[in-house]
Design a protein around this ligand. Structure first.
Ligand code: F6R
Length: 611
């Protein structure tokens, strides 16, 4: 949430900062700003709105070869010009950009006000600018360390100061920060996306670490009560294709990410399927067969869509390994003083690897001595570094706020984990092989669903006309419905409610009418007759129906009255992922037909790094 970029070198900073901010905009997009250090000191330009608005309004002469920039997702105070970052002291000699939350901001604001400081914004970040400005330590590093020593909370922070015009000082505690190395120029950023066009040599700061960045290089320190102790952090080459951060010929990142799914699904499965023994081959778990057998319970922790995929994963693990498994919203977990059992395997699921609620849940498990593995997409992210082992998702960079390809790969990772857990127990080799064959076919089958995009777009246009919709499913189909509703509401802004099909008649059926369509998930499995009976109950009340199903399902006399979406059949345990794909495409086209900004839905941001 929120994006930070910085540049120091031989070129004019402002254009590079704006370009970096554009690439970070998915992390927060309600306001943006830049500060440059030039001959006349520190100059700041910031305003509510998108980076392009900032760019258009930027004075022609905004010169300086050192600068920092920020794109914001508001936490303290509304999205307006004043609350936009960078924040400065009264004399305008310091500029600060900050991601994270300062928990004791109110107390610090009061203290500063008592000392005669006039605060100009409603933000927590502004206190940092004043604290740095009021320090009289002899180096900028010490001034920043002193200021950070006063705050409680999380930060990724970058600071420039007119009195130290040859450096940017950055620090990290709970919010990512990287330093990128160029030739006589250096970059700082909260995300690789901001700098990947310029350098692939980067250093990831650790929590509690600070760096001085000059045009010629960087040095790092550990922030501690007794001052700054040098650390030996080196920059490393990252193995990524800069093109993967571009939308290419697609009209949006979400469209690109939807269409990439067959290739990315192949990537997560590659080298991890053992056809001979009908099992998964997940070396990164750091658990041998004996340890896998000792697991008595699995608890999956994730937020939003990752939580819903966690529910799909729990059902796979129960079915295939017969281990009790459930998923819980990571945001709630640590607040109920959870009981951590030694023979429970905890699984943290996160695309970004930065979601603070999930990270804190992992830390809660660790604090109580539990073992956690991660299903994470971003290599080297906070959650990836915190867990005891795991499965990287290999989905490639995901830029659209609405997650698609990463979720698909989370599902496939769960399927491999469930097969591996099953095969050290009672899942037969024949069943193992059946599932491995099923998994091998999934990337191609996802491609088959995506090839029906035009037909799905037509259905989506009709659904988009409704103010309110139900998404329903049972057992394996229910998390599919939850994820379908989540995606739909997130980008179309329609009210989409997920319900168990079996529960409709216990209340929500009262809402069914000709105005309220239902999207029903009806796989060809042991519940198909019960599901079809429920469709009759909806149709009898005039509710328009879209049924996501398999060609083998006979809808009887409902056939002519419903919109039907057939997906390829997989092994019954693996059906959920193929049933999910058309729901993603429906959401995308519903939002498109409503004219929404698909990649940056209102009020949201990618990577939720605040509680
Ligand atoms: C929905 C969506 C969010 C995320 C959630 C967790 O499309 O993107 O619900 O799934 O914020 O994010 P990660 O997976 O980064 O932990």
């Amino acid at each position: 949430m929120c994006g930070i970029v910085g540049y120091i070198g031989t070129q004019q900073a402002a254009p590079l900062l704006l370009e970096g901010l554009t690439r970070l905009e998915h992390r927060g997009y309600d306001s943006a700003g830049v500060a440059v250090v030039g001959g006349s000191g520190v100059r700041v330009a910031k305003q509510a709105g998108r980076v392009r608005d900032l760019s258009e309004g930027l004075p022609k002469r905004f010169g300086g070869k050192i600068g920092i920039g920020h794109t914001r997702w508001a936490t303290h105070g509304p999205a307006n010009d004043v609350n936009a970052h960078p924040h400065s002291d009264e004399a305008g000699r310091v500029a600060v950009v900050h991601n994270g939350i300062i928990d004791n901001a109110s107390a610090l604001r009061a203290e500063l006000a008592d000392a005669g400081v006039t605060l100009s914004s409603d933000t927590d970040t502004e206190v940092l600018a004043h604290l740095v400005a009021r320090s009289d330590a002899d180096t900028l590093e010490k001034r920043v360390a002193e200021a950070l020593g006063r705050i409680e909370g999380t930060y990724g922070v970058a600071v420039v100061h007119a009195d130290f015009p040859d450096r940017i000082v950055v620090a990290r505690n709970g919010s990512p920060l990287i330093v990128g190395v160029g030739a006589q120029e250096m970059y700082v950023a909260s995300d690789l996306a901001a700098v990947i066009r310029y350098t692939t040599t980067v250093a990831h700061l650790d929590d509690g670490e600070m760096a001085t960045v000059t045009a010629g290089g960087f040095t790092t320190y550990r922030l501690g009560a007794s001052g700054l102790a040098a650390t030996d952090r080196r920059a490393k080459e990252v193995d990524v294709d800069p093109e993967s951060y571009d939308a290419g010929d697609h009209e949006s990142f979400m469209h690109k990410e939807l269409m990439e799914q067959p290739a990315r699904a192949e990537a997560v499965l590659r080298g991890r399927l053992d056809e001979r023994f009908g099992t998964g081959h997940l070396g990164g778990l750091n658990l041998d067969a004996r340890e896998l057998r000792a697991i008595r319970r699995v608890k999956i922790l994730g937020c939003g869509s990752a939580y819903y995929v966690g529910q799909m994963g729990a059902s796979l693990i129960e079915e295939l390994a017969r281990i009790p498994a459930d998923a819980e919203a990571a945001s709630e977990f640590r607040y109920r003083n959870p009981i951590i059992e030694p023979d429970t395997l905890y699984v943290a699921v996160s695309q970004s690897g930065e979601t603070i609620d999930t990270l804190l849940a992992v830390q809660e498990v660790h604090r109580k001595g539990g073992r956690v593995i991660g299903l994470v997409n971003v290599v080297g992210s906070a959650i990836a570094r915190e867990v005891d082992g795991g499965i990287y998702l290999h989905a490639g960079p995901e830029v659209a706020v609405a997650s698609t390809k990463a979720l698909t790969n989370m599902y496939l990772a769960f399927a491999m984990l469930a097969v591996q857990l099953g095969r050290v127990r009672d899942l037969s080799i024949a069943d193992g092989k059946r599932l491995i064959e099923g998994l091998t076919a999934i990337p191609g089958q996802i491609g088959e669903v995506l090839a029906t995009e035009d037909a799905l777009a037509e259905i989506a246009h009709e659904l988009a006309a409704a103010e309110s919709l139900f998404f329903v499913g049972r057992v394996r189909g229910f998390p599919v419905a939850r994820e379908g509703a989540q995606k739909f509401k997130e980008i179309s802004y329609r009210h989409a409610e997920a319900y168990q099909t079996s529960e409709l008649k216990h209340g929500p059926l009262a809402l069914i009418s000709t105005e309220v369509p239902t999207v029903a998930v009806v796989p060809d499995d042991e519940l198909v007759e019960r599901n079809v009976a429920a469709l009759h109950e909806i149709a009898a009340r005039g509710g328009p129906l879209t049924v996501v199903t398999h060609a083998s399902v006979d809808l009887g006399d409902l056939q002519g009255a419903v919109r039907r979406i057939d997906v390829p059949k997989s092994e019954r345990e693996l059906d959920p992922i193929l049933l999910t794909i058309p729901l993603q495409v429906l959401s995308y086209h519903a939002a498109l037909s409503l004219g929404h900004d698909i990649d940056k839905p209102r009020n949201l941001a990618k990577s939720v790094t605040v509680e």
